[in-house]
Design a protein around this ligand. Structure first.
Ligand code: SF4
Ligand code: SF4
Length: 419
């Protein structure tokens, strides 16, 4: 049985400095919905002073795993690790069918199954059936309607099917990189994967897109599954090692954060511990990589009012903020504006916006208010979940705002010279 580590639990000195940054505490004002309160609950359950009650399970799942508390914590409490262990612990105690685990373990991580589901969803959207279904749901079930309309546009074709396994830059050769196209990323944002490759080529990198790569495992790891992510990590290590690339460039904050942790995830594995450590050392977020290695400045600036939303798994989990923000600032010149509460979760949080729609909506409302107050016409963010969540907010409120990945911004400026 996976216990929640006592060493991690006792690190918390209950100072409360994390409370003001916690989005769920802001929603309820209840101590038990704060990082400190949840740590106390975990300790009580581990010491068997409290049972694994429905209320305990609810609090562990109410948490966004946004890790804003880790950034604020002076004691270095690894809160993400704690809540993920608590979810594994809770999951082992649960009996009966678990829809969330079924989707994560049997669909998301299985390439062929995911593609079949994605193709069916694409047909549902393009054939017009979606409009009919949404119309009916609007009349009979507001709850289902709200969830059904969250589905972002499914890509016409997946990037991994059309991108070559190795592409050479037109001019010069600075080194080699391998790119993760991801699972959900490629279903909904294949265009961002193509933009990522184009931008890297434009900057003189040879780009490998290993076709036998698999899902990074982050969604499972954040939702109570320890074993599947370990198997996926091993497969990706083998595949990316074979590419021979100098760096592994990841354009999804959640995936990048988890791949940087492969070294810890496989630390106890005799065969993979060392390889995983080396693998993680090569992982770079897309913006982090471009900024650190130097990128070609486009001739034109973004000519629309622009803000940068900091994805939780970039700013809090990876501690990457200066690099993407500097790129966005450089690309937008005097059109750059600070976004109030830029590091506050938008409510996407992996699959949180689907499984806890109401809570996620409250966080999205707060984010959308800040975006509207900023006067932004473009919101740049480095995570597909945030793009989808903010995109849903834009659609709901019928606003003329685009939520774009930095790769798309750069590629548009390189290719058409305008945005
Ligand atoms: S800031 Fe850190 S040490 Fe203080 S209560 Fe929060 S988790 Fe505990
Ligand atoms: S991870 Fe986010 S939601 Fe969860 S306790 Fe920390 S700040 Fe709050």
């Amino acid at each position: 049985m996976n216990e929640i580590s006592d060493d991690l639990l006792t690190q918390c000195m209950h100072c409360g400095l994390c409370l003001s940054v916690c989005p769920t505490y802001a929603l309820t004002g209840l101590e038990r919905s704060s990082p400190r309160g949840r740590i106390r609950l975990m300790r009580s359950v581990m010491e068997e002073k409290l049972p694994v009650s429905d209320a305990f399970v609810e609090e562990m799942n109410f948490c966004l795993d946004c890790q804003a508390c880790e950034t604020a914590c002076p004691a270095g409490v690894k809160y993400g690790e704690l809540v993920e262990s608590a979810r594994v612990f809770v999951d082992q105690k649960r009996k009966g069918f678990n829809l969330k685990q079924f989707i994560l373990r049997k669909i998301i991580v299985r390439k062929r199954t995911l593609r079949l589901v994605a193709r069916a969803a694409g047909f549902y959207q393009r054939s017009g059936i979606e409009g009919v279904v949404l119309g009916a749901l609007k009349l009979f079930s507001k709850r289902l309607y709200n969830r059904a309309k969250l589905l972002p546009r499914v890509s016409d074709e997946f990037a991994i099917d059309v991108l070559p396994e190795v592409a050479e830059p037109k001019d010069g050769l600075r080194g080699t990189v391998a790119v993760l196209t991801g699972c959900v990323m490629d279903v909904f944002y294949a265009d961002v994967n193509r933009d990522t490759v184009d931008v890297l080529l434009e900057n003189g990198w040879q780009v490998a897109v290993p076709h036998d790569q698999v899902c990074c495992g982050s969604l499972n790891a954040h939702n109570g599954d320890r074993e599947t992510p370990r198997a996926l990590a091993k497969k990706n290590i083998e595949v990316f090692e074979r590419s021979g690339a100098d760096y592994y460039v990841i354009n999804s904050a959640g995936c990048g954060a988890f791949m940087k942790q492969y070294g810890e995830v496989l630390a106890d594995d005799a065969e993979f511990a060392e390889r995983a450590k080396k693998f993680s050392a090569k992982v770079k977020d897309f913006s982090e990589f471009l900024y650190q290695t130097g990128y070609k400045k486009p001739e034109a600036h973004i000519c629309k009012s622009t803000v940068y939303h900091e994805a939780c798994h970039l700013v809090h989990a990876q501690k990457v903020s200066t690099e993407p923000k500097s790129i966005v600032r450089e690309l937008s010149g005097d059109q750059f504006h600070e976004l109030n509460e830029a590091t506050w979760c938008c409510g996407s949080a992996g699959i949180y916006n689907v499984v806890r729609y109401e809570d996620a909506s409250k966080l999205l409302d707060r984010k959308m208010k800040n975006i509207k107050d900023s006067g932004a016409e473009v919101v740049v963010t480095g995570n597909p979940g945030c793009m989808a969540q903010i995109g849903a907010g834009v659609k709901n409120e019928k606003l003329d705002i685009e939520a774009l990945h930095p790769a798309t911004v750069l590629n548009r400026l390189y290719k058409s010279g305008k945005l």
